[in-house]
Design a protein around this ligand. Structure first.
Ligand SMILES: [Zn+2]
Length: 123
């Protein structure tokens, strides 16, 4: 579903997704974001862990297509939370996300920084 091309959010030129700098305006298109933080609850509709992980992957794909800035994932307190933390740790290790943390004292929600630095997300 996701195209190999997207528009540079700075100048509007159509560029390949894997390009580093926009050839027209020199902006770093891989870091561009629409600023949105997408909230999704993947743990409170009787999901099994495997269902929740499918939803997590769909969430990442949608965020990538939209170029969202971050995710706010409602994970509850059980096995789903553990599995999501494991996945986020792996993605952080591979450099696919900027960082993640529990939302304040609410350990049932996780904040994930996709493109911006983490301080920017928490403001
Ligand atoms: Zn551009």
């Amino acid at each position: 579903m996701s195209s190999r091309f997207f528009d540079c959010l700075n100048c509007g030129m159509r560029v390949p997704r894997d390009i580093g700098l926009c050839p027209k305006c020199d902006d770093r298109v891989g870091l561009q974001t629409d600023g949105a933080i997408i909230t999704a609850d993947i743990a409170h509709h009787q999901e099994r862990v495997v269902d929740a992980m499918v939803k997590l992957h769909q969430l990442f794909a949608a965020a990538e297509a939209q170029r969202a800035a971050g995710l706010r994932i409602i994970v509850g307190s059980g096995l789903i939370r553990e599995a999501v933390l494991e996945e986020l740790h792996a993605r952080l290790f591979r450099g696919e996300i900027g960082g993640y943390t529990a939302e304040g004292r609410n350990h049932g929600a996780l904040l994930v920084s996709l493109r911006c630095n983490f301080q920017a997300l928490q403001q």
